[in-house]
Design a protein. Structure first.
Length: 148
């Protein structure tokens, strides 16, 4: 991927549990990403500890009883973390930063971020990369985003 990230643009690398806010201190062709902030989701206990109810049942008048889907507590927590990340981006925009945004996240998290970003933040999006790079070191993220 040959992505040109302008000087002082932000790269947000996140998944359902961690968000890394990076700022490009380098040039568009030679990015030098510096960590501005790291946010991590609070501990998320096992599903068994979060919900003890059995799945609900629906009694149909003309058909047999059917079950409803169980609540996926981890999915809900991941979506809430993505909403919190979008809120943090909104605050960053209000304080005069960033010049541009590059969002790097798995597709499901990108969708939630897109949905919850405000208009000014959406207009600053330069690119979206649908990959999970949160476990990569910063120099590897730089290489993956700028390699040709």
């Amino acid at each position: 991927m040959d992505l040109r990230i302008p000087h002082d643009a932000w790269v947000i690398v996140c998944d359902a549990r961690k968000a890394i806010f990076l700022r490009n201190e380098g040039s568009p062709t030679q990015p030098k990403l510096a960590v501005e902030q790291v946010k991590e989701a609070s501990a998320n206990p096992l599903s068994v500890q979060q919900g003890t109810d059995r799945p609900g049942r629906i009694q149909n008048a003309l058909a047999p009883t059917s079950a409803t889907e169980e609540t996926d507590w981890h999915d809900m927590a991941g979506k809430q973390f993505a909403r919190d990340t979008a809120a943090a981006l909104k605050l960053a925009h209000q304080s005069g930063h960033p010049k541009g945004l590059v969002l790097v996240a798995p597709p499901r998290i990108l969708a939630v971020l897109r949905q919850h970003l405000n208009e000014p933040s959406r207009f600053r999006i330069l690119a979206e990369v649908d990959k999970d790079l949160t476990k990569h070191p910063i120099h590897e993220i730089e290489r993956l985003l700028s390699s040709t």
